[in-house]
Design a protein around this ligand. Structure first.
Ligand code: FPP
Length: 233
């Protein structure tokens, strides 16, 4: 089947519950979640998705217990270390959005290296949202805009405003998936999801399989998107 989703965004929720159900520490849920992310990345390419944005660590996640924060930061570092060459060989372009200034310099360097090494790749764009908040992103853009515009020019298009966001190239989200039965946006990609279709599933993120992805993409194919215009059917 030909799928129509070009930009897929995913809130990978339910790692903690997955671990709890098995009597495991939360980090095991995140580790299994990272495996599910690896499978999703492979599948995305095969299913015609060109841009994939994953919510790996929110601005609010800094408030989790110290040990879990440190585990999640460690997992990102490990992920980049283990996956970089295979992602690069498969033509994946890596991007990371969020307030990276809060990360250890060594992790920041690792991220910048991964981004630089893969920046000319022409396959899937994998954007990892880390230390990311949608409101913070918009506020940061406004601050940068005010600093830059000497004449306080209020004639600004949405397209121009986009240039101040973390990733000016990021296209609008077509489909946003959230797992684990929660039905919230949780401060994710606020600017880019204006006309996104939303898909919620009870599956816990570590269990999210190829079939679950296909179900979501098939569901999207059946939706009629009006973008605020009148219905034509
Ligand atoms: C939410 O589940 C998930 C997170 C806060 C972390 C997501 C991270 C990963 C899937 C692994 C890293 C992935 C990459 C690509 C580096 P939760 O902990 O809130 O689960 P709960 O609601 O069941 O407690």
């Amino acid at each position: 089947m030909q799928y129509k989703v070009k930009h897929l965004a995913v809130i990978m929720d339910g790692n903690g519950r997955w671990a709890k159900q098995r009597g495991l520490p939360r980090i095991e849920g995140h580790r299994k979640g990272a495996e599910a992310a690896r499978l999703l990345i492979q599948n995305s390419h095969n299913f015609g998705i060109t841009y994939l944005t994953l919510y790996a660590f929110s601005a609010e996640n800094w408030n989790r217990p110290k040990q879990e924060v440190s585990d999640l930061l460690g997992l990102l570092g490990l992920y980049l270390k283990q996956e970089l060459s295979s992602l690069h060989n498969n033509g994946v372009r890596i991007k990371v959005i969020g307030d990276l200034s809060l990360l250890e310099p060594s992790l920041q360097r690792q991220i910048h290296d991964a981004v630089n090494i893969t920046c000319d790749n022409k396959g899937l764009t994998l954007c990892v949202a880390f230390s990311y908040g949608g409101r913070a992103e918009i506020l940061r853009a406004c601050k940068a805009l005010i600093q830059k515009s000497s004449n306080h020019n209020l004639e600004m298009s949405e397209l121009e405003f986009r240039q101040y966001l973390y990733d000016p190239e990021m296209p609008d989200v077509d489909l946003l998936i959230r797992t684990s039965g929660e039905r919230r946006i949780s401060n994710f990609l606020l600017w880019y999801i204006a006309y996104a279709e939303l898909y919620f599933t009870d599956i816990l993120w570590p269990d999210f399989s190829t079939i679950d992805l296909q179900n979501a993409l098939e569901d999207f194919n059946l939706r009629t998107r009006n973008f605020g215009f009148a219905r034509t059917e």
